[in-house]
Write a protein that binds this ligand. Structure first.
Ligand SMILES: *[C@@H]1O[C@H](CO)[C@@H](O)[C@H](O)[C@H]1NC(C)=O
Ligand SMILES: *[C@@H]1O[C@H](CO)[C@@H](O)[C@H](O)[C@H]1NC(C)=O
Ligand SMILES: *[C@@H]1O[C@H](CO)[C@@H](O)[C@H](O)[C@H]1NC(C)=O
Ligand SMILES: *[C@@H]1O[C@H](CO)[C@@H](O)[C@H](O)[C@H]1NC(C)=O
Ligand SMILES: *[C@@H]1O[C@H](CO)[C@@H](O)[C@H](O)[C@H]1NC(C)=O
Ligand SMILES: *[C@@H]1O[C@H](CO)[C@@H](O)[C@H](O)[C@H]1NC(C)=O
Ligand SMILES: *[C@@H]1O[C@H](CO)[C@@H](O)[C@H](O)[C@H]1NC(C)=O
Length: 684
């Protein structure tokens, strides 16, 4: 019996070749040129051999199947039950959307009882189901979806996920798209709409009912740890004979889903794809015009007109692509104004590959300025309102003249419709919060490095507050706004940006911009940032660096006094230990006992002093630096010292704050905090 099965398992050779014998199916397509596939809807095979599922058509769908059904289960033999076969498949795909940052419908690999999916719907249904049969066990469809839209109606986890679907678009299991690095074990995101080809491996083990899905950038080896692994008894789902293929749908954003190569095996491992033979994706950019010209060639005049139109089109496109906003008042800021085209070229067209980070007020890209070769970080801040823009740009330019080794140099700006771009010096080692809060991939900062960074940031802030020609308020001091340079100096970045959002677009709820846990109480109450509200945030930063914990953590399970409902309030925790005389026990556990207790005690008590609820009781940055360098002794905190979060719970403070500030946890890119967010502890 075993010998017979072996004999029947014949390995396919060549493009699209396949063998289907009793129980054994195996095929491999290194490109789909000449392949016999059952296509419907928009699906086509391009002349280059790419399987193009969705073309640029709005609201439609596409299916592509291997034309012969696969026998997943042999009928029950004498005395034995029918057994489901294991299977394995791998494919390379790419999603090319009109826009790089906008989600569109995704696609799926599927096993279905029929190639007729005419009743399925496009858009969020991915061409798999419709509004009435989603979740119906009679569908007998198993699919692995690559979804680029977050549909709450299917309880999707995000707009960039991989899900295992059984008869339903509500995935049985789903994970954000990405893979685990074999070396470090860290998770790396993959953006499905990045236009980059990626390889997927889907395996089903009939013995254990385990479904595993792995993915990686094309040509990378299969990651050892799968992205997703779940147990589903597919013998109850997949029909005895069923079709394997792909389903995809489009909606209002134009998008192309390509499959570059695909292999499948019943019983064994899917044959490896030959990357060298995979067809190339078309170049993305202006469409080549040559075909139109060839057709029009006999009529010279038409050709000329067409060419002119094409050139006009390209010029217009170019103009739109590089369009900027410029107004007369900007003339005086000329030297600080960058051309959008230069920033576009510097960052390779704001490619995702160049993305250094997203958060705060926008996305930051790494770039190299053409000409000078200077490495820069370009921040794209989306900003609709033109109100206050002139003042802001004036401030940006004046901030650009701030020069200090603990500040990130702002080189200039550029404005486009709805968007402001800020150009900074590129700082190689990234932001401090990654060192403090990342578990594996960054080394732990030792105490000396932490103190050095703290002193640096204090020096930078002192310069902004007192030593420069004007008083500059930072407004958003926190570990993620402190960058670490090649010599491990802390450098403050992102100054003044919060100002741009000070008076929010929504006049009903004047919100204060800054970050939860770093906002001084009077700032929240009056909306007015001062040097002393910066000192408050600096106090939160001191505790964060010394303790390696964020000022406010949600879902903490420590069960100690500082935890109110599901929030951990760092300052209350540190204060509790200060009262008990055990303040240094809050020092980051990652340091072990490897820190200077006198210095740690100073930093922690200084943090508490800066976090004083009354601005008048906080030290100035000048005093802070004196305490830090030991040229003045830090006064003892009064025994009556309470933190703001404790105060917020008392009768006198509560009505003042809670009536005028509504709870709003922002989902927008910027961090918006309100009084209720801050008065977390004891705020009942
Ligand atoms: C897309 O596919 C549909 C259906 O095959 C076809 O009618 C349409 O012309 C195609 N559109 C493009 C832009 O190729
Ligand atoms: C949904 O699909 C089912 C088949 O699965 C079909 O019977 C039903 O008519 C379809 N419903 C709609 C609204 O198209
Ligand atoms: C899918 O999830 C949504 C949202 O949780 C839920 O309302 C719906 O009933 C689910 N549908 C199925 C078929 O499970
Ligand atoms: C991966 O994506 C998630 C969700 O978009 C995000 O929270 C996370 O920071 C990203 N991680 C990296 C390393 O980019
Ligand atoms: C796509 O179709 C929808 C509904 O049919 C329509 O509202 C939308 O304007 C169309 N979009 C484009 C870009 O054609
Ligand atoms: C910081 O950057 C420098 C220079 O780029 C590099 O040599 C060093 O290893 C980095 N340090 C850390 C801790 O990442
Ligand atoms: C401080 O001591 C008191 C009494 O011994 C104890 O209940 C409390 O948990 C301690 N606080 C901290 C933060 O350890």
């Amino acid at each position: 019996m075993a010998a017979k099965a072996l004999l029947l398992l014949v390995v396919a050779v060549g493009v699209g070749a396949g063998v289907e014998a009793a129980g054994a199916v195996e095929f491999a397509y290194d490109g789909f040129g000449g392949a016999d596939l059952a296509l419907d809807g928009m699906a086509t095979v391009t002349p280059a051999g790419l399987l193009l599922l969705t073309n640029d058509t709005n609201m439609s769908k596409a299916h592509a199947f291997r034309p012969d059904p696969v026998t997943f289960r042999r009928p029950a033999g004498a005395g034995g039950a029918a057994t489901m076969s294991s299977f394995s498949t791998t494919f390379v795909f790419a999603i090319v959307s009109e826009f790089l940052d906008l989600s569109t419908s995704g696609f799926a690999f599927l096993v279905a009882p029929s190639t007729d999916l005419s009743t399925a719907m496009p858009q969020q249904y991915l061409g798999l189901f419709n509004g009435t049969d989603n979740g119906d066990a009679r569908n007998r469809v198993f699919a692995v979806e690559f979804d680029t839209v977050r549909n709450p109606e299917f309880a999707d986890i995000n707009n960039n996920h991989v899900g295992v679907d059984v008869n339903s678009l509500n995935s049985s299991a789903a994970e954000p798209a990405g893979y685990y690095d074999d070396g470090t074990g860290t998770f790396r995101n993959l953006s499905l709409i990045s236009r980059e080809p990626m390889q997927v491996w889907v395996d089903y083990d009939a013995a254990t009912t385990e479904v595993t899905v792995a993915m990686a950038p094309v040509r990378s080896p299969r990651p050892k740890r799968p992205l997703l692994s779940t147990r589903i008894d597919l013998s109850k789902v997949i029909a005895d004979t069923a079709y394997v293929g792909f389903s995809s749908a489009s909606s209002i954003v134009l998008v192309k889903h390509y499959v570059l190569g695909w292999s499948f095996s019943l019983g064994g491992a899917a044959p490896a794809l030959d990357y060298a033979k995979l067809p190339k994706l078309p170049r993305i950019g202006p469409k080549p015009r040559s075909k139109a010209l060839t057709i029009a060639l006999p009529i010279a005049t038409t050709a000329a007109v067409l060419a002119a139109v094409a050139i006009g089109f390209l010029l217009l496109r170019r103009r739109l692509r590089y369009a900027e906003l410029r107004e007369d008042w900007e003339l005086e800021f000329g030297p600080h104004r960058f051309a959008y085209k230069d920033l576009y070229d510097a960052t390779g067209g704001f490619k995702d590959k160049r993305l250094l980070g997203a958060g705060g007020f926008g996305r930051v890209y790494k770039g190299v300025l053409p000409g000078s070769g200077t490495a820069v970080a370009v921040k794209r801040v989306s900003h609709e309102s033109r109100q206050g823009m002139k003042e802001f740009v004036a401030e940006v330019v004046s901030i650009g003249r701030l020069r200090h080794r603990n500040l990130v140099q702002l080189l200039g700006y550029c404005r486009r419709k709805g968007e402001l771009l800020l150009v900074y010096d590129y700082i190689p080692n990234g932001s401090l919060d990654k060192y403090l809060h990342c578990r594996d991939d960054k080394p732990v900062l030792d105490w000396a490095q932490r103190l050095h960074i703290i002193k640096g940031v204090a020096a930078g802030l002192l310069y902004m507050h007192e030593d420069w020609e004007k008083v500059v308020i930072h407004r958003d001091i926190k570990a993620s706004n402190v960058l670490v340079d090649g010599e491990m100096n802390g450098r403050l970045g992102d100054f003044g940006l919060a100002r741009l959002y000070d008076h929010g677009a929504d006049p009903q709820t004047t919100h204060v911009v800054g970050t939860m846990g770093y906002l001084a109480p009077e700032l929240v109450r009056t909306g007015k940032a001062t040097t002393l509200s910066d000192v408050f945030a600096f106090g939160a930063f001191l505790l964060e660096v010394a303790c390696g914990r964020r000022p406010i953590e949600e879902d903490d399970v420590d069960g100690n006094a500082a935890v109110d409902e599901d929030h951990f309030v760092l300052v209350d925790w540190v204060l509790g230990h200060w009262r008990n005389g055990s303040i240094t026990s809050v020092v980051d556990a990652k340091l072990g006992s490897d820190y200077d207790a006198v210095e740690a005690d100073l930093v922690l008590r200084l943090g508490l002093a800066c976090l004083h609820p009354s601005p008048a009781a906080r030290p100035s940055m000048r005093q802070v630096t004196q305490y830090l360098d030991g040229s003045a002794p830090l006064p003892e905190l009064p025994a009556t010292y309470v933190t703001f979060s404790t105060l917020a719970g008392t009768e006198t403070y509560q009505p003042l704050f809670f009536d005028s500030w509504s709870v709003r946890r922002s989902t927008a890119a910027m961090s918006v905090a309100t009084m209720s967010d801050i008065g977390l502890s004891g705020g009942r």
